[in-house]
Design a protein around this ligand. Structure first.
Ligand SMILES: [Zn+2]
Length: 213
């Protein structure tokens, strides 16, 4: 459940109610104490993170900064809840902001695309129901700070670099610590699974639609 990667870095596996079963967040035990990704908003995810931090002597209110790699609900879903407990500011790339404000606004667009391309009605309804069912597993984030490509992430004794690596999602960012050759890759690198090519509502250069993957 919790695994010490380095002296000051812990990996915590949080449950998700999907076939993949778990996702990873990282807790950095160095000022400012930082969480990389937040997990989905379910009680199971919340409790697992709470217990994980308790095993190393911390409470959820000791998180001082939350970095989000991208705007998929398993990565940002409970960020707002954690931030409200700890006052930790949340950081993400601006190209993910449309998604994290609300996923429900994509329903009409998703439906029209599926219908236009001849998807059977039952499939369309199933897809819509799925989006509606996961809607409660993420709090919309209205307040977030934006990170740019190349931006430094400073800690007491180390500095990471933000890398914008669009593909999996339009504004996916990774965090690189070159001295230790460590990359927090979000879903940019996935071992033994295929990524979900999530439909993104066009927000710019209409009718260009971001081709996930
Ligand atoms: Zn993802």
């Amino acid at each position: 459940m919790i695994h010490q990667v380095l002296d000051n870095i812990y990996k915590i596996e949080l449950p998700i109610p999907f076939p993949l079963k778990t996702m990873n967040v990282y807790f950095i035990d160095e000022a400012p104490r930082t969480l990389v990704d937040a997990g989905i908003k379910t009680e199971a995810s919340f409790d697992t993170l709470k217990k994980g931090l308790e095993t190393i002597g911390y409470g959820l209110d000791s998180i001082e900064r939350i970095l989000i790699t991208h705007g998929h609900i398993d990565h940002y879903g409970q960020a707002k809840r954690l931030s409200s407990l700890s006052d930790a500011p949340i950081y993400i790339h601006s190209k993910e902001y449309g998604r994290i404000r609300s996923i429900i606004h994509s329903l009409g667009y998703l439906k029209s695309i599926l219908m236009r391309n001849g998807a059977p009605e039952a499939l369309v309804n199933g897809a819509i129901q799925f989006i509606e069912s996961v809607h409660n597993m993420a709090d919309p984030l209205e307040e977030a700070f934006f990170l740019n490509d190349g931006e430094a992430i400073s800690f007491k004794s180390m500095t990471w670099k933000t890398l914008l690596l669009p593909g999996h999602s339009p504004g996916l960012i990774c965090f690189h610590w070159p001295e230790k050759k460590i990359l927090f890759a979000g879903d940019h690198l996935l071992k033994e699974i295929t990524p979900n090519p999530v439909l993104n509502v066009p927000e710019y250069r209409w009718p260009f639609r971001y081709p996930s993957l």
